[in-house]
Design a protein around this ligand. Structure first.
Ligand SMILES: [Zn+2]
Ligand SMILES: [Zn+2]
Length: 433
């Protein structure tokens, strides 16, 4: 009896140890392959909506791992669904796959020498936002789930998304494209998780914040119509360049004088100012384009109304006219990246369990934007999105080249950290703990 009892205790102990393989161990087990994938993707980056090679590798690997795979969503998007052997919830996890028109300046044996076509020009292509790491980590997570399939609670959908950095002009896609293509038609997740590597934090650190974590973004465009004349006789024409310059200057009062910034920050940036063909001609028109970043829907509406009002009245005061184009639908803009507060608190507890309390920090509110919120909105599910530090330990993360820089660098120590964090958060969520 005693022997039987101790054998029983031993076997149940072993089962417990087996089931309790930590998220760190799960991540370490797949790390060699994840590192290989990450370097391969890094060396072969592809621009938005052109991620054909990456997406084929992803689909092939997911099939090998036993996932139910769907390809060609919003051009090159791929999903893999795996049903675990235990009851539990449904979770979607997203990684983005696209690279940027940036020529790499990092000295790596697997540095990118790739080129591509962007806006009609040949450009260098680089994973300057770390989406190579996202894709590789999610493949590693796929492998970890597949290995523990019988013990996996619930069901997961891994979403490999194209064109997060924005679709080429005249094309559609990205997260809203995947939603429109029915990514959640047959799989209704109870939550959507995402993560992003950033050089603003050191390796080992993950950061998140409840509620509005990243701003909404609206791209605006304006064409100021004047009247062409010789530059020597401007009174015979209407100068769209001076008018456009006044619009840019007057628009600076929106954030500084009109918005109640006690509520939330906001940004209005003009990124392009184009007009004219020759030094001695007053041109017929000038084009402006820029971005609006807000965290509050009321403030967003106020900025749009005020910017339109300023543009129209400044133009009228100069005898010119202006066409103002704002996003016409939610698909054309990025909503606020909103972390569901209750779910964020639970994910934070999971991250602390995986990495230690001292490695999980509250992220600062960030005026960058993401198309990830479209997935959560499309799924009608709460979402959580956290940041994973990539700057080598001992280096000043605040001074590190930012994401999108040709010198952006991912210390590969971030790979197991990101995977362990996401695995722990996912497994806890799926099990409902
Ligand atoms: Zn980016
Ligand atoms: Zn990115």
């Amino acid at each position: 009896m005693r022997r039987i009892l101790s054998a029983f205790i031993l076997s149940s102990l072993c089962a417990a140890v087996g089931a309790a393989e930590s998220s760190n161990e799960l991540a370490q087990n797949v790390l060699p392959e994840v590192t290989k994938w990450r370097r391969d993707f890094h060396q072969h980056p592809e621009l938005s909506n052109r991620e054909t090679r990456t997406s084929k590798i992803v689909a092939d690997e997911l099939k090998k791992l036993g996932y139910n795979v769907r390809s060609g969503i919003a051009h090159t998007g791929v999903t893999g669904v795996l049903k675990g052997g235990k009851p539990g919830r449904k979770l979607a996890i997203r990684a983005d796959m696209d690279a940027l028109p940036v020529t790499e300046q990092v000295d790596l044996p697997f540095a990118s020498k790739a080129t591509g076509e962007y806006l009609g020009k040949s450009v260098g292509v680089m994973h300057a936002c770390g989406h190579d790491a996202h894709t590789a980590m999610l493949l590693g997570i796929a492998e970890a789930f597949a290995k523990m399939k019988n013990d996996l609670p619930g069901e997961v959908m891994l979403v490999f998304q194209p064109a997060e950095e924005g679709v080429p002009p005249g094309e559609t896609g990205g997260a809203p494209g995947m939603v429109r293509d029915g990514v959640f038609k047959d799989f209704k997740p109870d939550a959507v998780f995402g993560m992003h590597v950033v050089s603003a934090y050191n390796v080992g650190v993950v950061a998140l914040r409840p509620a509005g974590a990243m701003a909404s973004s609206d791209t605006f465009r304006m064409t100021v119509h004047g009247k062409q004349s010789h530059g020597a006789v401007p009174w015979k024409g209407i100068d769209p360049i001076v008018t456009a310059a006044e619009i840019v200057t007057s628009a600076q009062t929106i954030v500084s004088r009109q918005l109640d910034i006690n509520k939330a920050p906001a940004v209005v940036t003009f990124g392009t100012f184009n007009g004219g063909s020759r030094f001695n001609i007053v041109p017929d028109s000038a084009d402006l384009a820029g971005t609006i970043r807000t965290f509050d829907e009321g403030m967003r509406k106020q900025v749009i109304a005020s910017l339109t009002n300023i543009a129209e009245h400044v133009a009228a005061a100069n005898g010119a006219t202006v066409d103002v184009k704002m996003p016409q639908s939610d698909e054309e803009r990025n909503p606020v990246n909103y972390n569901d507060p209750a779910l964020t608190a639970r994910v934070r507890a999971s991250l602390e369990k995986a990495l230690g309390k001292e490695h999980v920090i509250e992220a600062e509110r960030w005026t960058a934007s993401e198309d990830f919120p479209h997935l959560a909105i499309g799924a009608k599910a709460p979402s959580v999105y956290f940041f994973v530090g990539t700057t080598p330990a001992g280096q000043d993360a605040a001074a590190a080249p930012a994401n999108h820089s040709p010198k952006f660098f991912v210390d590969e120590g971030a790979l197991p950290v990101g995977m362990s964090a996401m695995l722990q958060a996912s497994l806890d969520f799926l099990a409902g703990t």
